[in-house]
Write a protein that binds this ligand. Structure first.
Ligand SMILES: [Fe+2]
Length: 595
């Protein structure tokens, strides 16, 4: 029950000095996020929780293990209130090994890919795995899998909706859901309204997804009790949301390095920051090491002009309050979980020690504890199920045999924004086959369904990746994790898809019939049991190959991951083809046939 606050007799006795603390931190400068002060204070810890803060001489004894903070700062363990940890492509144990040295002691995790691939048993397995680590993983269920829930839909192995949420809400690790999309609620989607009712009946909170929204739609969304939004892309958007009572999660992420600009909503206005916090939402494993997790958000916010105490407060107390868990986590105060960082330099936010749930787990930046990854059950493997091998012919857009050219819509993705915009193109046709135009960066994109052997393959045209004859394929794809491939050579595309299928899932860069770099992801096609460092290394190598071909996107595979999300403007690719955000209809991407 470590996520719930329970009365503890031993904690009372320790605070009173009747019992002695198991651990103490002395010679510390407390960053008190409750009062926004910094002053000298010692901390007495009993078991997993804080017993006393201040002069602790009455509650320590010879048996108390003392950590000497040597005059450095102590701050609460960092909290990520909104994350999809699967994007790091490693199991939660491996993630804990990498996150703890960066000061993260609690994450609120959507685990939507665990659900979509393995169902309720998969999520339960992940939470039980996390329990054996010093990282507190709170289940913050993704509202719906697949994310559209209606046409245009995607095929997933397991669906999640109002019935599923009722099953998981009573778990001790579960808080209200994340990513409730504004269109579902304002569009009176029956199942999502039912989900909200189930959550609200239990006194829990629903967190939203309404990026870019301001004015009447945003405030209408707030009338339903929506607690938070992530991530604001503009100062005015953040300001309107904060003023209207929405909690706002700021983020400097691999998708958009926008913090220095958007944080001006706080720094320039000098408004209260108490309903602002940070999150990462999605990141690669490499981001954990450079530039970091929530520690990076703190550094960036401070470098952008935010007061350091407020930056720390946003990453701790505010995140806890956003989830109404500030009585358990988020501050260094009696009764709270003993999640405490020793920080040498507050501005550069250099973390030297980490105490998590009363245990010293990091010293000198190094993890002190061996963490064992549990054996994953066999159902987590061999999840790529195809009706038959995909052939080059399956990947060709066909049109009238007499046609010489077609006018078509390609999905243009800019280098620093994963949205897909309309690009009108004219392409050659040979023997009824629409030809990609790699010289002008018009490539084929294909999505191959891989859960229920439907044989569905959605085809489209894409612009922005500039692969110059190279091919990439991945089975990491929100929400279906179907195999998605981009390229201009149908033989290489079929080869890349076959390679991903053979690995049981993964990511691959192929050229001229050869694998140039790859990341095998045998657990569900989304995870590999390797360290986060090893995963980061593979991510860099794979990305370097694609960059060497001329791709301008900092993170091509990361951008590709969102291609299927229909609620993102303006187009998406699903296993049924290209869908339009505005109309929620499939479109024929060939708009004119020229004979
Ligand atoms: Fe999210």
């Amino acid at each position: 029950m470590k996520n719930k606050f329970m009365i503890d007799k031993s904690l009372i006795q320790t605070a009173l000095g009747v019992e002695k603390a198991g651990m103490a931190i002395r010679n510390a400068r407390l960053v008190n996020v409750l009062t926004e002060e910094i002053y000298p204070a010692d901390v007495a810890i009993k078991g997993q929780r804080i017993a006393y803060v201040g002069d602790i001489s009455h509650c320590t004894g010879p048996e108390t293990v003392v950590i000497d903070a040597k005059g450095k700062y102590i701050v609460p363990g960092l909290i990520d209130p909104h994350i999809h940890p699967e994007a790091c492509k490693v199991p939660l144990t491996r993630l804990a090994q990498a996150m703890l040295p960066r000061g993260t002691t609690t994450i609120f995790a959507g685990l939507d890919d665990y659900w979509s691939l393995f169902g309720i048993d998969g999520v339960r397995f992940a939470l039980d795995e996390a329990k054996k680590t010093p990282l507190r993983v709170i289940y913050h269920p993704y509202s719906r899998v697949p994310v559209t829930g209606f046409d245009p839909a995607s095929t997933v192995a397991h669906e999640f909706g109002s019935e599923a949420i009722k099953k998981v809400l009573d778990w001790p690790e579960t808080v209200g859901p994340m990513d409730m999309v504004i269109d579902w609620i304002l569009g009176f989607d029956k199942d999502m309204h039912e989900s909200m009712r189930a959550v609200q009946e239990r006194g829990l909170l629903v967190h939203g997804h309404d990026t870019f929204e301001v004015g009447p739609r945003m405030q209408a969304f707030l009338t339903t009790g929506i607690r938070s939004d992530h991530v604001p892309f503009a100062v005015e958007e953040a300001l309107q949301k904060l003023r209207a009572g929405m909690w706002v999660m700021f983020c400097d992420s691999p998708i958009a390095r926008i913090m220095p600009d958007v944080i001006r909503a706080l720094t320039e206005t000098k408004i209260s920051t108490r309903h602002a916090t940070f999150c990462i939402d999605d990141m690669d494993s490499r981001d954990l090491f450079d530039p970091g997790h929530i520690d990076h958000q703190i550094r960036t916010a401070i470098a952008s002009g935010l007061n350091p105490i407020q930056a720390v407060q946003m990453a701790t107390l505010n995140a806890a309050e956003c989830h109404r868990m500030d009585h358990v986590i988020g501050s260094i105060a009696p009764g709270r979980s003993a999640d405490i960082l020793v920080v040498g330099d507050l501005i550069r936010f250099t973390i030297e020690m980490v105490v998590s749930q009363g245990e010293l787990v990091v010293d000198g930046g190094k993890l002190l504890k061996e963490l064992e990854v549990p054996k994953y059950p066999s159902c987590f493997f061999n999840t790529v199920k195809l009706t038959r091998e995909v052939t080059p012919d399956d990947l060709v857009m066909k049109t009238d045999g007499q046609a010489k050219q077609v006018k078509a819509i390609a999905l243009h993705i800019p280098p620093y924004n994963p949205m897909r915009f309309k690009k009108e193109v004219t392409l050659k046709v040979i023997n009824g086959e629409v030809q990609p135009d790699p010289e002008n960066d018009i490539l084929y994109c294909a999505m191959v369904e891989r859960h229920r052997r439907t044989g569905n393959i959605g085809l489209g045209l894409i612009n922005g990746f500039n692969l110059n004859g190279g091919t990439i394929a991945t089975s990491v794809m929100v929400p279906s994790n179907n195999i998605t491939c981009l390229g201009s050579n149908k033989q290489d595309m079929a080869f890349a898809i076959k390679r991903v299928a053979k690995m049981g899932g993964g990511q691959v860069a192929v050229r001229d019939g050869k694998v140039i770099a790859e990341i095998p992801l045998p657990i569900g096609g989304i995870l590999a049991d390797v360290s986060s460092e090893e995963m980061a290394d593979m991510e860099r190598k794979l990305t370097d190959v694609v960059h060497s071909w001329g791709c301008p996107m900092p993170r091509p595979f990361f951008f590709l991951m969102f291609l299927e999300i229909v609620p993102l403007p303006d187009y998406a690719l699903t296993e049924y083809g290209v869908a339009e955000f505005k109309t929620l209809k499939y479109i024929d991407t060939i708009t004119e046939v020229i004979k």
